[in-house]
Design a protein around this ligand. Sequence first.
Ligand SMILES: NC(=O)c1ccc[n+]([C@@H]2O[C@H](COP(=O)([O-])OP(=O)(O)OC[C@H]3O[C@@H](n4cnc5c(N)ncnc54)[C@H](OP(=O)(O)O)[C@@H]3O)[C@@H](O)[C@H]2O)c1
Length: 255
Amino acid sequence: MDLFAPPSLSGMIGIVTGGGQGIGRAITRALAGLGMTVAVLGRDQGRLDAELAGLAQEREAAGETGGKMVGIQADVTDKAAVTSALQEVMARFGRLDLLVNNAGLTPWDDVPVASTDPAEFQAIMDTNVWGLFLVTRLAMPYLTQHGGGQIINILSGGAHVSGGGDGAYCASKYAALALTEAMAAEQMGTGVRVHAVSPGPVDTRIWDPAHCAKPPSAADRAKMLKPEDVARAVVFCLAQPAGVYIPEVQIRPWS
Ligand SMILES: NC(=O)c1ccc[n+]([C@@H]2O[C@H](COP(=O)([O-])OP(=O)(O)OC[C@H]3O[C@@H](n4cnc5c(N)ncnc54)[C@H](OP(=O)(O)O)[C@@H]3O)[C@@H](O)[C@H]2O)c1
């Protein structure tokens, strides 16, 4: 008995928001490797095309086969752009089985709430909460067309606890967890399975000096989770039988 065989996603169509780099890139690669056709949403078509061309080369060099990846420009906060991206997915591929809400702003700038820039607070909430809601809301009719698909929201350890200096980010992830739980309850039993995958620190560009006020050392970065660890958790949710529901996978570095 093979308890943890990876699922075959051949013939299925998925969307990964922000899937051109970081955690989203690893998820895109894993899903494509299992046969899924993956539409990757990002804000800049040229950047997306370059990111996916690089990923395709990496997959080819590693001998990976499977589904194709296409980049579709859409800012997740822009209703018209998301509507058009979803229409393009349906026109090109005819169905939607999976939505991974991964796009997010993760500023690790260690600023107290009392001195947080209101514009930054707004941008974080717009992307991490409004964007997640919007893509989900507009994708739902397509996801349910074939009797039910899956939604996986990439949240954070910050959806459960704030240590200070991260109030805006944690507020956005708490809110996204509440949306995840509400949708899961609403869809329970008949509709779309809605999961949260909530990682601790993952070694992506957000920890580079350009994006982070107090960049961790190389040694500390080496102890973080890898984007592939999050991709494995996503696949774990997809590998469950139809009658099994995983509400949330929490992952932390073990170091
Ligand atoms: N890295 C960590 O330690 C960590 C830990 C826990 C949770 N997370 C969460 O995991 C997710 C991915 O994080 P990451 O570390 O991989 O970040 P990242 O490398 O900065 O990637 C974020 C992706 O989101 C896209 N994006 C941002 N705003 C967007 C928008 N408005 N519309 C469409 N796409 C947008 C970016 O694409 P463009 O900029 O090219 O448009 C980029 O591809 C985020 O939700 C983050 O909060 C990260």
